[in-house]
Design a protein around this ligand. Structure first.
Ligand code: ADP
Length: 651
């Protein structure tokens, strides 16, 4: 498998794994504690001004001290209701349980029933069956009270697994027709139009048992602030007139216990420094937010899952392309954005996107992907070390530097190998210099001496042969160093060169050779247009000279060699066309291999080394071009080179 293929496979597997984990975490709320923690921490950002017309009449410690131990006589409540009626309050929610008869005070019952009826705008509570039971039935006020009240409302206070009250059901009750929440029942008295917007929905349980306590219409509470945010007056102060009628006129009054001893205190996200909130104040918060319409919703599971999975997929795509450091920054960024966007969405949209699944994905993606990348790096190094063991067993066996970490050990070995590679490269350059300079100069001296000697002693038949061998050796040395130069040319040194000019110079170079066979060289430069390519001028000139030299060498006298220049899209084409002996089709494929010499029967024998075309091909390859040959034995050959045209010429 290719490196890329393997990386993509591992990445895809990681995607599948993380999408699965993150999807499940979002769908099933695995990390609900994290979501609740962040949600609770964000809620105080939503604090708002409590309206003055919602008033809590608190059954507090001073009231207990003055009126007596709880429960109070019902006549006391009757008196309170009279006071509230005189103050002309808009509605009263009496968060007091009146389900049992008071055997000590039979008169009180009638007094309270009368007070309720006279007031006419009092809502009484229905309580759910106790938790831990089968939850059948409901606790209603005594019939005398229920009949006299303006309505009933349930006061179930659902507590999350961590003991905190975050929301309420707007509808609950035993049987098919549920009660509105006490707060909603109050709203229905004063603003029926708005209250009608909160209709009962599908219940949380089916209709298996007709008498079962059922709920619907879950709403997260939009708390206005910490405990004590709503206007609170003491029960006893209303009773005694210390809080005057003018202070209560038109108010929505909630009567309930705030004294610690009465047990109606709850932990809420707003209970900072551990101060719990009285149940009656939670009712006030609900009433307020139902009236303004500002309730909070959590994004549903499907959308939460989709968004979480999408965020993690984006992160994984980023990791595929980014460097480790940028990847780490991206992972952290995704986590931060998820939390910040979640909080902003809650603050300004009143919708909470639980970010825990995205955080989980962000926390897992980076280490897992880095681990796979490290494994890939280690695998690569092991493969290289395996190869190295064959060529350089000493270096492969143990690094020069001692290390503890297995990765460091491999890095050290590869660093040693790279060092040796540099030394070898240097030695190779020395060899090329040695052949192309030192040996060459000896050969030139031999040829000069042989020429001299042959001039003086023309009878010695061995001298010209020595000269020919020396010349052959010199040609070999030259071709060898040209080939090395072509193989190692650095494309960064390429400049714009005009191949028409280079072709002319190459033609000049081979002109003496052509002259001896009366061969004409014609350059068709397409009307004198410059033919610019990006390259090494001297190498390209060498390639053209080699092709022209071959064309002359392998053509009979009195023929023509033509150089045609043409543009073909992004390519500059150079064709060297001769009228020579041609190349047999079955020999074409070995043309560009080292020391290949091909010929047709009957063709005159020409001296050669068989490196010329290898050099041409190497030069053309290094320039990003290509070479092709067409040949018809007996009538000639065409060697076609194509090189990428210089960008400035193409533009
Ligand atoms: P050499 O040194 O033998 O010329 P080259 O690599 O330049 O080596 O060429 C390899 C062989 O290809 C030559 O021996 C020759 O047989 C054949 N060849 C090259 N160019 C031509 C040509 N223009 N026409 C016919 N044969 C050619």
């Amino acid at each position: 498998m290719t490196l890329r293929g393997r990386t993509l496979t591992e990445w895809s597997l990681l995607c599948v794994l993380l999408v699965g984990v993150v999807g499940m975490a979002a769908w099933q709320g695995w990390l609900w504690r994290v979501d609740h923690l962040l949600y609770d921490a964000s809620l105080p950002l939503l604090s708002r001004q409590a309206p003055a017309d919602i008033v809590i009449v608190a059954i507090d410690e001073p009231s207990l001290a003055r009126i007596g131990r709880w429960p109070w006589r019902r006549a006391v409540h009757a008196t309170l209701l009279h006071k509230l009626a005189q103050a002309n309050v808009a509605a009263v929610g009496l968060d007091i349980i009146l389900n049992e008869p008071d055997t000590d005070d039979p008169n009180g019952e009638a007094l309270l029933a009368t007070a309720l009826a006279r007031h006419g705008r009092v809502i009484l509570p229905v309580i759910p069956p106790p938790i831990g039971t089968a939850r059948m039935g409901e606790g209603r006020p005594m019939a005398a009270f229920a009949g006299a009240a303006a309505g009933l409302g349930h006061i179930e206070m659902p507590i999350d697994a961590d003991g905190i009250v975050r929301g309420l059901y707007l509808w609950a009750g035993a049987g098919a027709a549920p009660h509105p929440h006490l707060a909603l029942a109050i709203l229905a008295l004063v603003d029926p139009v708005r209250a009608a917007r909160y209709q009962p929905g599908a219940t949380t349980d089916g209709l298996a048992a007709p008498d079962k306590w059922r709920r619907s219409g879950w709403r997260y509470l939009h708390y206005a602030g910490p405990p004590g945010t709503y206007r609170t007056v003491s029960y006893v102060d209303v009773l005694t007139g210390a809080v005057g009628a003018d202070q209560l006129r038109g108010a929505l009054v909630l009567v309930g216990a705030t004294a610690a001893g009465l047990g109606d205190l709850h932990a809420t996200p707003m209970s900072n420094s551990g101060r719990p909130m009285a149940g009656v104040e939670i009712l006030a918060n609900l009433l307020d937010s139902l009236r303004t319409g500002e309730t909070i919703a959590w994004l549903n599971h499907t959308l939460t899952t989709a968004i979480s999975v999408a965020a993690v997929l984006l992160l994984l795509i980023g990791l595929l392309y980014l460097s480790p450091r940028a990847g780490l920054a991206l992972s952290a960024g995704v986590g931060v954005v998820a939390v910040v966007a979640g909080i902003a969405q809650l603050r300004w949209g009143l919708i909470w996107l639980p970010p825990s699944a995205i955080l989980l994905g962000a926390a897992l993606a980076y280490p897992l992907w880095s681990w796979r990348r490290l494994e890939a790096a280690q695998r690569f190094m092991d493969a290289e070390l395996h190869l190295l063991r064959d060529t350089d067993p000493v270096t492969a066996a143990s690094p020069t530097e001692s290390t503890l970490d297995p990765l460091d050990r491999r890095i050290a070995i590869i660093r040693d190998a790279a060092e040796r590679q540099r030394v070898t490269q240097k030695a190779r350059e020395d060899t090329v210099r040695f052949i192309s300079h030192d040996i060459r100069s000896v050969l030139v001296s031999i040829i000069t001496l042989v020429d001299h000697a042959a001039g003086r002693n023309s009878n010695d038949r061995s001298l010209p042969r020595i000269g020919r061998y020396a010349q052959h050796a010199l040609d070999l040395a030259d071709d060898f160093s040209r080939l090395k130069k072509a193989e190692t040319v650095d494309p960064r040194t390429f400049r714009e060169v005009d191949v028409a000019e280079l072709a002319q110079e190459a033609a000049d170079e081979v002109w003496p050779q052509a002259g001896r066979k009366r061969i004409a060289i014609e350059i068709d430069d397409a009307g004198g247009r410059d033919a610019l390519v990006l390259g090494d001028g001297s190498l390209l000139r060498r390639a053209l000279a080699n092709l022209l030299g071959n064309a002359i060498k392998y053509s009979p006298p009195d023929t023509t060699v033509r150089v045609n220049l043409a543009e073909d899209g992004v390519w500059q084409e150079i064709a060297v066309v001769d009228q020579g002996y041609g190349i047999p089709a079955d020999q074409m494929d070995k043309l560009f291999t080292r020391h290949a010499r091909v010929s047709r029967p009957g063709q005159p024998d020409e001296p050669g080394i068989g490196l010329g075309l290898v050099i041409v091909k190497t030069i053309v390859d290094r320039h990003g071009g290509g070479i092709a040959v067409e040949s018809t034995p007996g009538s000639g050959s065409i060697f076609r080179i194509r090189l990428p045209r210089a960008a400035s010429r193409r533009a």
